[in-house]
Design a protein around this ligand. Structure first.
Ligand SMILES: Cc1ncc(C[n+]2csc(CCOP(=O)(O)OP(=O)(O)O)c2C)c(N)n1
Length: 337
């Protein structure tokens, strides 16, 4: 399976956009212009981008906090992510939620779920519903080492396997779960080993090699779409930043960090593009300049977006929303805007 030059160019753009957007997010975070934590994906971009790239239109994706790149591949716009971070009224979740916690159903993109592991069951239900409608929808979701230690993961993958549901779970092995090193998180030799107990197919791939990730993810998606049940794809990568920006990662060995900096996924892909001649440094510089200009505009637009007002915060939560909004209005002294 070879990846056509046009796909390779698109992959490069997605990888670079993910990295450059994250740099803008760090800058806004440090200026105090954002709300909540900033969970970075530096060094893991090829895993999120390459796996989401294997999906087709109509498929479903639920990310976790490291999967900014996957949401961009599904078509989320940088301005939408920035508005989420700045909890703006015109953000997809209207200022109510964290930066990857929003839904764009028309793009098959659904909110990350804070309770790790739960997304496996939720996604299983979603693809089961589509199966009743005669659709061959594939669902993809993500979990780190920590996420695969939860009861919810095991219940979800068991149900998906018994029902032979088209669910692809990307296992992001990135060495740490918050400050817990992988050997303290999981005694199995690999995360993919967890597939055996549930009769699920699995594979392991270098998560920092975007072309290898796309190929492995395409095989996993094809397996699921053919009705052969779920697939666990373990991507070996590395979290080069702390759990979030507030975490100084003092527990990380500096040599280990330096080694993984040398194995940077974007630099790796650039060497491959040089060797194949698919994109030369001048082509890549042009993409970089284009993304920079787009991000300048997106940041300005998001900064100019209005702050949320209270009233809509009570909408879209329950079916009887008129009643709940009315009660809130009556309860708050002076009423709400
Ligand atoms: C069930 C559950 N327990 C704890 C948390 C808090 N929490 C959020 S992210 C995180 C670390 C998860 O580590 P891992 O799954 O390895 O993913 P990584 O952060 O390394 O990408 C924790 C403990 C949570 N969201 N859900």
């Amino acid at each position: 399976m070879t990846i056509p030059p046009e796909d390779q160019k698109a992959l490069y753009r997605h990888l670079l956009l993910t990295r450059l957007l994250e740099e803008r997010m760090v800058s806004l975070y440090r200026q105090g212009k954002t709300t909540g934590g900033l969970y970075r994906c530096l060094g893991q971009e090829a895993t999120a981008v390459g796996t989401a790239f294997a999906l087709e239109e109509g498929d479903l994706l639920i990310p976790v906090i490291r999967d900014l790149g996957a949401t961009l591949v599904r078509g989320a716009q940088p301005v939408e992510i920035l508005r989420q971070m700045m909890t703006k009224a015109d953000a997809p979740a209207q200022g109510r939620e964290g930066f990857l916690h929003f839904c764009l159903p028309e793009k098959g993109l659904y909110s990350g779920i804070a309770m790790l592991g739960t997304a496996v069951s939720v996604l299983s239900g979603m693809v089961l519903a589509d199966r009743f409608l005669g659709k061959k929808t594939v669902g993809m979701t993500y979990l780190g080492e920590g996420g695969t230690s939860t009861g919810a993961f095991h219940e979800g993958i068991n149900f998906a396997s018994v029902q032979k549901l088209p669910v692809v779970v990307i296992l992001e092995f990135n060495r740490y779960s918050y400050s817990t090193p992988s050997e303290m998180q999981c005694a199995a030799a690999t995360l993919a080993d967890k597939a055996v107990g549930y009769g699920v197919a699995s594979a392991i791939v270098d998560g920092n090699d975007v072309l290898a990730v796309v190929e492995a993810a395409r095989r996993a998606v094809a397996h699921a779409r053919e009705g052969r049940g779920p697939f666990l794809l373990e991507c070996k990568t590395y979290r080069r930043k702390g759990h979030a920006e507030h975490d100084g990662q003092a527990y990380v060995d500096v040599e280990e960090l330096a080694e993984w900096t040398r194995r940077d996924p974007i630099a790796h892909f650039e060497r491959e593009l040089d060797a194949s001649g698919v994109m030369d440094p001048a082509d890549r510089a042009a993409v970089h300049a284009e993304i920079d200009a787009d991000l300048d505009a997106a940041v300005a637009e998001a900064e100019a977006s209005p702050a949320p007002v209270a009233d809509p915060q009570f909408r879209g939560v329950r079916a009887d929303e008129e009643a709940i909004v009315r009660r809130r209005r009556e309860t708050f002294v002076g009423g709400l805007a």
